[in-house]
Design a protein around this ligand. Structure first.
Ligand SMILES: NC(=O)c1ccc[n+]([C@@H]2O[C@H](COP(=O)([O-])OP(=O)(O)OC[C@H]3O[C@@H](n4cnc5c(N)ncnc54)[C@H](OP(=O)(O)O)[C@@H]3O)[C@@H](O)[C@H]2O)c1
Length: 228
């Protein structure tokens, strides 16, 4: 046997392990070098977490980014951070409260009036495992914000997205959808004892089902749900 074989394979294992460990501790990274100059992107819940990182990365790639958030102070601060970090000045804050159908309609009307195109809609915002609260319109909060709010927003912007094809709708779901069950007789948990975890799973299953059906119906608009 070649006397270098064992040391070489040990070295290979060590280097491979180090690369995997680095990936694990630093998190994933998108290897694509694609840029999106001239593309308009809306990210909901973009003032923090995954939404802010998504907006930052897309701003770095040259897009015209609209941060859609319920708290304008946090939204403006995030837009400022992203502009400073990426030197992309086409990053703007707009008010959108997904727990209010009125706010969603106002936001969409402004987008339709002011934006010539919308190429990407990232439905990212969510509430998780909260008490039995309801939205302004009386829906159970997790279903209301995570699914129904985005459902209305997407439908209001659909003509704009179709006119901007090839375009994309990305819905943030969760592996939690696997445990989800939709109780069509009691969507708002009025007849059962509230289970916040099951309500979150229900809302994320609704997101996945909406994505599948929308994707089946649309041509020219790519619709996908992701577990981040
Ligand atoms: N993080 C994970 O491990 C994980 C796992 C599975 C799935 N996900 C999904 O990934 C997405 C992002 O998760 P994340 O961890 O980044 O969440 P996060 O840090 O909690 O951020 C959630 C965002 O949604 C916004 N939001 C909440 N209610 C809203 C409303 N009524 N109107 C508008 N915006 C509202 C929040 O705004 P405020 O700052 O004003 O509250 C915040 O910007 C969510 O859809 C989540 O379900 C995350």
């Amino acid at each position: 046997m070649n006397r270098y074989l064992v040391p070489a394979s040990l070295l290979g294992t060590a280097v491979g392990g180090a690369v995997l460990f680095k990936d694990y501790v630093s998190g994933g990274a998108c290897p694509s070098k694609a840029t999106i100059q001239g593309k308009t992107v809306i990210v909901t819940g973009a003032n923090t977490g995954i939404g802010k990182q998504t907006a930052l990365e897309l701003a770095r790639r040259g897009g015209n980014i609209i941060l859609a958030c319920r708290d304008m102070e946090k939204c403006e601060a995030a837009a400022k951070d992203i502009r400073r970090e990426t030197l992309n000045h086409c990053v703007n804050a707009r008010r959108l409260d997904l727990a209010s159908l009125k706010s969603i309609r106002e936001f969409a009307a402004k987008i339709i009036e002011e934006e010539e195109r919308v190429h990407v809609l990232v439905n990212n915002a969510a509430v998780m495992r909260c008490p039995h609260w309801t939205t302004e319109d009386g829906f159970e909060i997790q279903l209301g914000v995570n699914h129904l709010g985005h459902f209305l927003l997407t439908n209001l912007l659909l003509d704009k997205l179709k006119a901007s094809a090839p375009s994309r709708i990305i819905n943030l779901s969760s592996l939690a959808h696997i445990a989800g069950h939709i109780d069509f007789d009691d969507l708002n948990w009025e007849k059962r004892k509230y289970d916040t975890k099951a309500a979150y799973c229900q809302s994320k299953l609704a997101v996945v089902l909406f994505t599948k059906e929308l994707s089946r119906r649309l041509q020219g608009v790519c619709v996908a749900s992701v577990f981040p």
